[in-house]
Design a protein around this ligand. Structure first.
Ligand code: CAA
Ligand code: NAD
Length: 299
């Protein structure tokens, strides 16, 4: 049991979230809502503008019900939360002041190595580093830094403000104090945490990704239409989305990246076979909801 330790956790005041896409924007939102001061960092100003707009929309949506009799409170809550988020393209400005850094950039090992080696040289030595990777080993990402005892995984789920789970990943080098700090951060933002080892897909993706690809194989064999498979899993198994809706929601490029990476690492495991249909959709730029088309059309 990871958490039964006497190690002292660290106080977190300021958090940098690097990468302001689908996940980074949600992570910045829930962190700011919990009262932390947040730097939301991206290399692309347009991505930051889009992220701030999406955070504003998400807060408007969630406060409507919560403060339905007190619209003034909702307005203040949104303003206070937004004020705690500083959006910037300057990596140094956030990294120098943060106690915790959460990386949510593209799922590419080289890009993550480049980022973390830069962060390692500019961040205070106590700053804890984490990655929100879906499929890469945390141990491998941490190769690019010296502070391997202050490196762990924080794996969030999409949409971050709604999904209640946070997987907290410990490598064999993550210190007990670091791990305890990460578990406490998870609780402080209102998530339920589960303790994960640095195994492929941690808990959720190790089960969810093969399930989604199994559904695609069923469709490729012609056993059923993808619409019927979605209906069946929603009404017969109580899932909020069918596997094809979920693939479109996560992004077909991301899903393909995950399965391709695992197949390379585990060539003898047939669970990680590629899907011709997904390869085709990705090559056509039909990546799911984010491009307006995937298995379904959202335009
Ligand atoms: N921000 C704030 N609130 C949001 C929101 C957002 N982005 N999206 C939805 N909501 C809120 C809505 O306001 C609504 O709140 P109330 O109930 O208080 O009114 C509630 O969530 C439900 O939303 P909707 O009624 O619009 O739609 P829904 O009931 O179909 O729920 C859903 C939407 C929560 C996305 C649901 O379909 C769902 O749970 N889908 C499965 C998602 C899932 O499995 N995610 C994990 C993907 S895997 C992953 O993330 C890991 C990885 O590494 C790839
Ligand atoms: P995304 O493409 O929506 O966003 C990535 C953002 O990172 C972009 O705005 C891009 O401009 C920025 N970026 C890229 N390189 C950068 C760099 N060097 N410095 C600063 N910013 C940089 O991606 P996403 O879906 O938010 O995924 C981000 C991470 O979270 C990935 O590792 C992914 O595997 C993981 N993840 C994704 C999901 C999901 O459902 N999409 C769920 C959990 C975890």
């Amino acid at each position: 049991n990871f958490s039964s330790t006497n190690a002292l956790s660290r106080k977190i005041n300021s958090v940098s979230v690097v990468g302001s896409g689908l996940m980074g924007s949600g992570i910045a939102q829930v962190t700011a809502e919990a009262g932390y001061s947040v730097y939301l960092i991206d290399q692309n100003q347009n991505a930051l503008d889009k992220a701030m707009k999406s955070i504003q929309n998400s807060l408007t949506r969630s406060t409507k019900k919560r403060f339905n009799k007190e619209p003034d409170h909702a307005e203040r809550y949104i303003k206070d939360t937004m004020d705690r988020i500083q959006a910037t393209t300057e990596l140094d400005s956030g990294a120098e002041k943060s106690d915790l850094i959460i990386e949510a950039i593209v799922e590419n090992i080289q890009a993550k190595h480049d980022l973390f080696s830069k962060l390692d040289s500019i961040s205070p030595k106590e700053t804890i580093f984490t990655s929100n990777t879906s499929s890469l080993p945390i141990t491998e990402i941490a190769q690019s830094v010296n502070r391997k005892d202050r490196f762990g995984g924080l794996h969030f789920f999409n949409p971050v403000p709604v999904m209640k789970l946070l997987e907290v990943i410990k490598t064999h080098e993550t210190s007990d104090a670091t791990y305890k700090t990460l578990l406490e951060y998870g609780l402080s933002i209102g998530k339920t945490t589960v303790e994960c080892k640095d195994t492929p897909g941690f808990i959720v993706n190790r089960l969810l990704v093969p399930y989604m690809f199994e559904a695609v194989k069923m469709y490729e064999r012609g056993d059923a239409s993808f619409q019927d498979i979605d209906t069946a899993m929603k009404l017969g198994a109580g899932y909020p989305m069918g596997p094809f809706e979920l693939l479109d929601y996560v992004g077909l490029d991301t899903s393909k990246f995950i399965i391709d990476g695992w197949r390379k690492r585990y060539p003898n495991d047939s669970t990680f076979q590629s899907s011709p249909v997904i390869d085709q959709l990705v090559s056509e730029g039909r990546l799911g909801r984010k491009t307006g088309e995937g298995f379904y059309n959202y335009k």
